[in-house]
Design a protein around this ligand. Sequence first.
Ligand SMILES: Nc1nc2c(ncn2[C@@H]2O[C@H](COP(=O)(O)OP(=O)(O)OP(=O)(O)O)[C@@H](O)[C@H]2O)c(=O)[nH]1
Ligand SMILES: [Mg+2]
Length: 438
Amino acid sequence: MTINKFQGKTKEEAIEKAKIEFGPNAVIMNVKEVKPKGFFSIFKSTTYEVTAAMEEKERFSSASQFTGLQSQGMQNTTGTLNTSTTGVRDSINYAADEQITLPVQEPVPEPKPAFTPEIKKMKNILPKEEERYSSSGKKIEERLDTLSNMLEERLGVAQKEKEEENAASRKQSSEELHFIRILYNTLITNEVNEKYVNEILSEMERFMRPGNNVDVILSNVYQKLILRFGEPNIISMEGNKPKVIFFVGPTGVGKTTSIAKIASKYKVDENKKVAFITADTYRIAATEQLRVYANILDAPISIVYKADELNDAVARLSEYDLIFVDTAGFSHKNTAQKEDIKNLIHGLDSEYESEVYLVLSATTKYNDLKDIVDMYHEISDYKLIFTKLDETSCYGNILNIKLYAGADLSYVTTGQNVPDDLEVFDTQKIVKQLLGGK
Ligand SMILES: Nc1nc2c(ncn2[C@@H]2O[C@H](COP(=O)(O)OP(=O)(O)OP(=O)(O)O)[C@@H](O)[C@H]2O)c(=O)[nH]1
Ligand SMILES: [Mg+2]
């Protein structure tokens, strides 16, 4: 048996070729639709491939018009081809001169090109369908090959350009990553809590686009820090006088000196009438310390020994704009003193407006600061004053505690000099310092 494959534009054409070669009794074993492959497939039509077989005798008969011997089981002029004979297919009924009805797949329509403008251009220079299978087919194939080479060359250039672009963008992203790492390290070195650093940098990651340079990254982190710090919230002069301002906080953080600095600012710079009350009777020196500042500022001072004396003291000073109340510093673990301060603040008559400032040292450890702010939350709402910024170069805790406590920042103090070493919290300045600036 001889088996061969025949190609055609249609299945009929392929079968015809098989019959010409193998004679009318050629056994059609399979008809296959051949879809064009490769980049240029969209320009090529589907073809058909017929697998045909012929017994040697038939071939001989066909080729030499021999009509003699026919062996048993080989009656293939008309009739049934036994699968046991061909070993390929189930029985196929056919007649040599009849149209063969094979269970073949319907040809799938030629796929529509996806990228039409380029294809339209190409189609104009490509051979027409009928030309491809004409006698000049070879020439046409050559043209196709040339075109194919041309386009592949162009594709190669485009690919190279893309790779170069990718390499450049990889280089840029590695620079960006390096810069982000520097920012991360700077913030951590300045003791910004890792949780907040990660929050800020991951927010920024969402914002980042390819091509963002380090300036964009820096200004983005800067803005995020500014937003987190918020605007300083200082003593408000709105509302009725007198306004009662409580200063609370741990021992030795600078409550009394901060009072002196702030009072001086309002008296000297804003021409406000200021007065003092001290509730710190735990230390004899404490009242004397405040008295000295009061004398310098030529301001009255009252001492209250018990919480219920506060309203009378305030009433006596009712003509003043601002009444500064100094309290005794105490450990956040001391619950008795905590209750005293609580009673003092909440004992103030509701007719008086008041504000509470929690004074904290920028040199205190983060975990201790957290305990302190937690404890003072049980006493009252407050705004934050950070002292002793001159004693540290790591301002991370200011941000950490501001975010942890959810309280507004107000003033900072930067030394022992009264009244000079006081500033309203300068958000931009602190953020610059956190980012490694001076
Ligand atoms: N370096 C530096 N020292 C400060 C600052 N503020 C206050 N101090 C000093 O800290 C010490 C304590 O200040 P005080 O104002 O007495 O602190 P306090 O919180 O009133 O202390 P108690 O009343 O004992 O709880 C003093 O020696 C101040 O001069 C500051 O910003 N920088
Ligand atoms: Mg004091």
